[in-house]
Design a protein around this ligand. Structure first.
Ligand SMILES: [Zn+2]
Length: 423
């Protein structure tokens, strides 16, 4: 397949104007300026081409109850969410995940990193959508041995499930929830399995001041210092939030090569605070970008995340250049996940997004336009492994209308009616 792009925005090589891309077997085989007459005739022409966006932290099934827990700080928000989650069935998780995946596809997200329960259902949904997924069963043991065993058993079942079935675009990861909800024993066991099976680890870290204090009281150290002391950090971990980090903790993360997922909108909405992004950029921490769930956001839109974070930094008198945000949403994630995605480069997977220049992208100023002006309405094509999943408003793999109908019915007949009964 041939693509000719007026502008290719690459995270590392800058902007390439009027290049030809040759895609074979889902991989980018060539990128060059020179084009034969035949190539020109056969090529699909696009105005703006970018690598697919990576949503590095989300809880996909939660879109099913988007908008139902509003205006609380995290400590009050979480028990309300847990109340709803107790009532979610496997099918709810499946349709909730599909609902999120329709939105992700439409918004140019080609890879999702997820943590939830009934994760097998999430895997089925991701597989059907055609997107790429790094999925984990979220484990919480609260220091209890029997709970720990049960959670590890669930994780092993999930790992078996993913390796046993044909999930070509899905990789299992390990998902200890956080240092304040997981015991040292659980974290060390996760570390051991990660080494033995070569698996990435997804975990929440230092989202609120309270949880930092909780770990400090229990362990005498701040969360990242504690993880360092027990030998947990080795660069395989993808840590979400990192809102409350000391300078020393930032140094540790940089030294260990740990990746941190910035979730600016969720952090603002849950009054968690503002992550020290410019400090982490300066210290060379590998930063990624995520939406978190649609209950604390309420969109799965990476353009909003890039813009909001950038504006919050500006409000504090700091500047993080737009190309940095673009890297967080693309190439930095590829690096953290250990696969060739997030770049437009020979040998990389053809996970690509095509945009058209609506009025908001004229004149076009590269990364500035992408971060400050672009939005999903500019997206006209989404491709994973060279397969087009979304084109000119049409979903080529999934029946989006049916998914939206099913999700709405599950919300009204299940979650909503239960809420009504409870008054
Ligand atoms: Zn989360």
């Amino acid at each position: 397949m041939y693509l000719i792009a007026e502008h290719i925005l690459t995270p590392k090589r800058g902007i390439l104007n009027n290049y030809l891309l040759v895609i074979e077997n889902g991989t980018i085989k060539q990128i060059r300026r020179r084009k034969s007459v035949e190539e020109k005739r056969e090529a699909k022409e696009v105005q703006i081409l970018i690598p697919g966006l990576v949503n590095s932290h989300t809880h996909l099934p939660m879109s099913l109850f988007r908008g139902t827990v509003e205006d609380f700080p995290l400590s009050e928000w979480l028990p309300k969410v847990w109340d709803i989650e107790k009532r979610l069935s496997r099918k709810d998780c499946y349709y909730g995940a599909l609902l999120s995946l329709v939105e992700c596809t439409r918004n140019g997200i080609t890879t999702v990193c997820d943590m939830y329960f009934h994760e097998e259902e999430v895997a089925k949904a991701v597989q059907e959508s055609g997107l790429r997924g790094f999925l984990s069963y979220g484990m919480i043991d609260l220091g209890m041995e029997d709970l720990r065993e049960k959670e590890l058993e669930e994780t092993m079942k999930f790992l078996d499930y993913i390796s046993g079935e044909k999930f070509d675009r899905i990789k299992a990861t390990l998902g200890p929830h956080s240092p304040y909800t997981c015991s040292k024993e659980l974290l060390l066991e996760v570390k051991r399995i990660s080494k033995e099976k070569n698996l990435k680890i997804q975990m929440h870290i230092s989202e609120t001041e309270e949880e930092v204090m909780e770990v400090k009281e229990r362990e005498g150290l701040r969360p990242v210092e504690y993880l360092e002391k027990i030998g947990f950090l080795s660069g395989e971990e993808i840590l979400s939030h990192g809102v409350h980090l000391s300078e020393r903790e930032i140094s540790i993360l940089s030294m260990r090569g740990s990746s941190v997922v910035h979730n600016p909108i969720s952090n603002l909405k849950l009054s968690s605070g503002v992550a020290p992004i410019s400090e982490m950029v300066e210290r060379g921490v590998n930063l990624l970008l995520g939406t978190d769930s649609a209950v604390s956001n309420n969109s799965l839109d990476m353009f909003q995340e890039m813009k909001v974070s950038s504006l919050v930094m500006r409000s504090m008198g700091k500047t993080v250049p737009p190309e940095r945000y673009f890297q967080m949403a693309t190439s930095n994630a590829g690096k953290a996940l250990g696969i060739k995605i997030g770049e437009v480069e020979v040998g990389y997977r053809a996970d690509l997004v095509f945009l058209e220049k609506g009025p908001n992208l004229v004149p076009f100023e590269g990364y500035i336009s992408l971060v400050y002006s672009a939005n999903p309405s500019n997206i006209v094509g989404v491709m994973v492994d060279g397969e087009i999943l979304f084109q000119e408003g049409e979903y080529l793999r999934i029946d989006a209308e049916r998914i939206l109908r099913k999700a709405e019915r599950r919300y009204h007949d299940g979650i909503r009616s239960e809420e009504d009964k409870m008054g």
